[in-house]
Design a protein around this ligand. Structure first.
Ligand code: UDX
Length: 458
């Protein structure tokens, strides 16, 4: 099929490349010329494993083009709206500027029979509003809402073989026609048995924000348990293992630590609270405020724990922060808990050096006041404390013996609960973690208790 993808950020660039991989003729459109030039030259403007290789492969087939002119959308049968929906400055609600502008300028390129497919995460009610505008300007076209659930770091896999498709379509003939068009686009995944659910616009829009709210709630739930574990002397990693053995609960998204960040979860729950309030469901989502509070509280807790770790004052302490990205396998630092903690430590007088395999450049733009060192060993030299805040594989593979040869003092805080606490303590490290017992005696060389589950499963 001939497809246009409007907006070539994270979602759009990956979608355009994957649609071309599936055999469709795709034009990716973005107003940012720099982005278009880079993509055209086979370079993604963000780090996503597997994407650059796939981008170059499909560019070579001639099925993928990029343009900064909306008029190049003309001729496509399906138009995917993939522009960003950030949080409004100083408010919880979504900034709809990019969706509205992209939609308005697309109208001139539409032809009878076209399907406009929204993929951006929007406040419920947006699709109905856009469908009305479409009916007025281009009566022989139809709107569908088809939310995207891709995770950064797995974006290519999640787009090519998602676990479900949701089509929000209107009733009757136009709905059947939009459904048939989407079925044709996703034919290969559907043939392999990917589930597909047809819904009305509002339900399709809600699926996305409800899913992200549930994930955020699960993470904040286990982080709240970590707070209780801290005061009760219990171990949240063993608790999570045990909870996860119940199939009704499941182990995923129960990793306690410094909490969630990124371009989606934090802003999506806030936008959802704002929208429910606007619609009159004032109390329905008050629990999401608590989910947000628990998450933000993690960051404060880590600053306090670090202060204790280095002996009571952060002033002049050399702290090395391992990780700037909001999660591993990403160079995305949007609302990154790791960077936010690094910045707070700096404000409290610590000398903070941040290292990350991919994200130091992006981090530097956001927090130029911090010191960045991409080389891990150099970053750890003469540190008074190490803080593991993003669980990149190379940080998980660090050994206490190797690290001891670089640092000034053997203090470490594992903000993601990925290191073997007993091994580090036995090697003489003052080791702190979130929601795990602090046992000063174990630094005297006592063996780990036999019943301990060991390294938590992911
Ligand atoms: C998320 C959703 O997973 C995805 O479906 C949606 O399309 C976009 O938002 P993403 O932002 O890529 O994807 O990140 P995700 O892997 O879900 O992680 C979000 C944050 O939660 C990260 O900061 C991660 O470190 C944190 N997290 C995740 C935890 O703290 N504990 C966990 O157990 C899982």
């Amino acid at each position: 099929m001939r497809i246009s993808v409007i907006g070539c950020g994270y979602l759009g660039a990956v979608h355009a490349v994957c649609m071309a991989k599936l055999g469709h003729d795709v034009v990716g459109i973005d107003i940012d010329e720099r982005k278009i030039e880079a993509l055209h030259a086979g370079r993604a403007v963000f780090y996503e494993p597997g994407l650059p290789e796939l981008l170059r492969e499909v560019l070579g087939t001639g099925r993928l083009k990029f343009s900064s002119s909306m008029s190049d959308a003309k001729g496509a049968q399906l138009h995917f709206l993939c522009v960003g929906t950030p949080q409004q400055e100083g408010k919880y609600a979504t900034d709809m500027r990019y969706v509205d502008e992209a939609f308005a300028s697309l109208l001139d390129s539409l032809e009878p029979g076209n399907v406009v497919v929204g993929k951006s995460t929007v406040p419920v009610g947006t699709a109905a509003r856009l469908a009305d505008a479409l009916a007025e300007r281009s009566p022989d076209t139809v709107l569908a809402w088809n939310p995207e659930f891709l995770r950064e770091g797995f974006a290519v896999k999640d787009t090519l073989s998602p676990d479900r498709f949701i089509y929000g379509v209107p009733d009757g003939e136009p709905g059947a026609w939009a459904t048939a068009a989407l079925d044709e686009v996703y034919a290969s995944a559907l043939a392999l048995g990917t589930r597909r659910l047809i819904a009305d616009y509002a339900t399709a829009e809600l699926v996305k924000v409800a899913a992200n709210s549930f994930l955020a709630t699960k993470i904040s739930f286990i982080n709240a348990m970590a707070e209780v574990c801290d005061v009760a002397g219990a171990d949240v990693t063993v608790l999570a293992e045990a909870l996860g053995m119940d199939d009704r609960i499941g182990r995923r998204y129960l990793n306690a630590g410094i909490g969630f960040g990124g371009g989606c979860l934090p802003k999506d729950i806030r936008a959802f609270i704002a929208r429910a309030d606007e619609l009159g469901a004032h109390q329905a989502l008050t629990f999401l405020r608590e989910v947000d509070d628990i998450n933000v509280r993690r960051r404060v807790r880590v600053v306090e724990l670090t202060r204790t770790l280095v002996g009571g004052s952060l002033l002049g302490q050399r702290i090395t922060v391992l990780g700037a990205a909001f999660k591993p396998d990403s160079d995305d630092v949007r609302d990154s808990p790791a960077l936010s903690i690094a910045a707070q430590l700096h404000l409290n007088g610590a000398e903070v050096t941040v290292t990350d395999p991919r994200a130091t450049l992006a981090a530097q733009v956001r927090f130029p006041e911090l010191t960045y060192e991409p080389n891990l060993e150099t970053a750890m030299l003469r540190a008074d404390a190490l803080l593991l805040l993003t669980e990149w594989r190379e940080y998980q593979a660090l050994t206490p013996e190797f690290a001891a040869g670089l640092v000034r003092r053997r203090n470490i805080l594992d903000g993601r609960n990925v290191l073997d606490l007993h091994r580090w303590r036995l090697a003489g490290w003052n080791f702190r973690a979130i929601g795990r017992p602090y046992d000063s005696a174990s630094t005297d060389g006592r063996a780990a208790p036999k019943w301990v589950a060991g390294k938590p499963g992911k």
